[in-house]
Ligand binder design. Structure first.
Ligand SMILES: *[C@@H]1O[C@H](CO)[C@@H](O)[C@H](O)[C@H]1NC(C)=O
Ligand SMILES: *[C@@H]1O[C@H](CO)[C@@H](O)[C@H](O)[C@H]1NC(C)=O
Ligand SMILES: *[C@@H]1O[C@H](CO)[C@@H](O)[C@H](O)[C@H]1NC(C)=O
Ligand SMILES: *[C@@H]1O[C@H](CO)[C@@H](O)[C@H](O)[C@H]1NC(C)=O
Ligand SMILES: *[C@@H]1O[C@H](CO)[C@@H](O)[C@H](O)[C@H]1NC(C)=O
Length: 423
């Protein structure tokens, strides 16, 4: 009785998949060689100028989608604006000087608070496959004639609001502009254009116990996740709305949801996982948009999570450091901060996928993750005087949440500009 050696019989069926695999592999390599760009997700290499197209020049003009309000060009664009890298651009950035824009709040004016470096102002966002259209302040103002543009959200959105004003204010004569604050609402008015750019403080979008625009540092945060009209009645009639909400949800604990009113004596409070509470609130905001914003005349945007840089170990820095003393962006294109919630990103995606209203996501999270250098750190007006202990250890009071202006948030507005006019 002779049986074939086990090694032989077992190698035979293996040989086929191996050779098949080799053929497949060489085929993949051949295709990869032909269509290098399509494998950019697998093999990262520097962006070549010859591969980059002008985002504002669309192709396939014959396949125009339905008219989008405010757009100056319609067409198919094959470029993910949010994937790319930061390029040092000495001449092109910043688009305005810190001391030239009087609207920047002292919490964001880093140079005048002693920041020694300025490279963070000279970085330009370069998407992988296209150039961002350059921000044209005249066009922006022209399009805002007789309109209301509104930013709604937290202090990060306030930063983006101020950035937009700084990008525009140079071409508006002194006598034709004004800025006023009424409680939660700040209004920048451009008289000749009968236009306003406004900011409305609503850190959770829905009603909460942190709604006071000045005194809102509440440690025990409570939201009414289904209640939005107290705020939203101020948004009616806006032509462009830019929402954000994220940081205030990140308490590290379950979220407290109030059923009923803040004024009633007996408070019915339930605790909920942060993502679930976030979804409730975001759905409520989307429902409001569906009911109140006419998609034929208005545009709605949502700015995704703004990342913080509290732990330098995450990007290979010192074990106990944070954004303090950081002067260059993170080079690792896959970097994602440990404190940036993937759950909230998923929740955002899920809610917007089901939205009946067109809401454009400005997905600034990944590109801002790289910018550990762009925070205000210790170079800002402090809320209260610093103690001796704090002064001895600057890291302990560095703000690694907010961003210097000019800086990163100008790019958020460039992306908004691109999505507004070249949808
Ligand atoms: C900016 O927009 C204005 C108004 O639409 C236009 O006249 C001007 O040519 C644009 N400037 C540039 C540099 O494209
Ligand atoms: C100014 O703009 C508002 C909308 O923001 C509009 O209701 C009003 O009629 C405009 N006024 C003039 C004089 O154009
Ligand atoms: C938007 O325009 C479309 C097509 O003109 C029309 O059918 C629709 O009723 C309009 N929607 C609103 C809310 O006005
Ligand atoms: C800041 O960084 C520089 C080098 O990047 C280093 O020499 C210096 O010690 C750092 N300062 C502090 C206070 O960490
Ligand atoms: C935003 O971009 C990141 C990566 O850049 C991605 O993981 C995430 O899913 C995007 N978010 C949404 C809501 O599409």
């Amino acid at each position: 009785m002779k049986s074939p050696p086990p090694s032989f019989s077992s190698s035979s069926p293996k040989r086929k998949p191996l050779s098949a695999c080799l053929i497949t592999l060489s085929f993949i390599l051949f295709i990869a060689f032909l269509y290098g760009e399509d494998f950019a997700c697998v093999i990262r290499r520097p962006i070549l100028d010859s591969e980059i197209q002008d985002y504002s020049a669309s192709n396939e003009k014959d396949e125009l989608p339905a008219a989008v309000p405010f757009s100056v060009d319609r067409g198919k664009r094959d470029c993910d604006l949010f994937e790319g890298e930061w390029i040092y651009d000495e001449e092109g950035r910043p688009q305005y000087e810190e001391e030239e824009c009087p609207y920047i709040q002292p919490q964001l004016t880093c140079q005048s608070h002693g920041r020694p470096d300025s490279a963070y102002q000279h970085l330009r966002w370069q998407p992988r496959r296209c150039y961002l259209p350059s921000f044209n302040a005249s066009l922006m103002l022209e399009k805002l004639r007789g309109k209301r543009m509104m930013y709604v959200g937290d202090s990060l959105n306030r930063g983006q609001f101020v950035s937009m004003i700084c990008l525009l204010h140079r071409i508006i004569p002194e006598s034709a502009k004004s800025m006023e604050t009424f409680d939660s609402l700040t209004v920048f008015r451009v008289k000749d254009y009968n236009a306003t750019i406004e900011f409305y403080w609503a850190p959770f979008l829905v009603e909460s116990n942190s709604d006071n625009a000045v005194i809102h540092r509440v440690s025990d945060r409570i939201v009414r996740a289904r209640s939005i009209n107290k705020h939203a009645r101020h948004w009616k009639g806006a032509d462009i709305i830019v929402f954000n909400t994220y940081l205030w949800w990140m308490t590290g604990q379950k979220m407290k949801i109030l059923r009923g009113s803040f004024d009633s004596d007996t408070k019915n409070i339930v605790e909920m996982e942060t993502e679930d509470a976030y979804k409730l609130a975001l759905r409520r905001a989307v429902k409001w948009v569906e009911k109140n914003m006419n998609p034929n005349k208005t545009r709605v945007f949502f700015t995704s999570m703004s990342p913080s840089h509290e732990m330098s170990a995450g990007w290979g820095g010192e074990p106990d450091g944070n954004c303090y003393n950081e002067t260059t962006p993170i080079k690792d294109l896959n970097y994602w901060g440990r404190s940036t919630s993937k759950g909230i990103m998923r929740a955002t995606q899920e809610v917007f996928e089901r939205s009946k209203a067109p809401i454009t996501l400005i997905n600034i999270t990944q590109l801002s993750e790289y910018r550990k250098d762009a925070h205000t750190s210790i170079y800002k007006k402090q809320w209260s005087p610093l103690t001796k202990e704090q002064l001895a250890n600057p890291r302990s009071y560095a703000d690694c949440v907010h961003w210097c202006l000019p800086g990163l948030q100008d790019t958020w507005n460039e992306l908004l500009y691109a999505k507004l006019f070249f949808p």
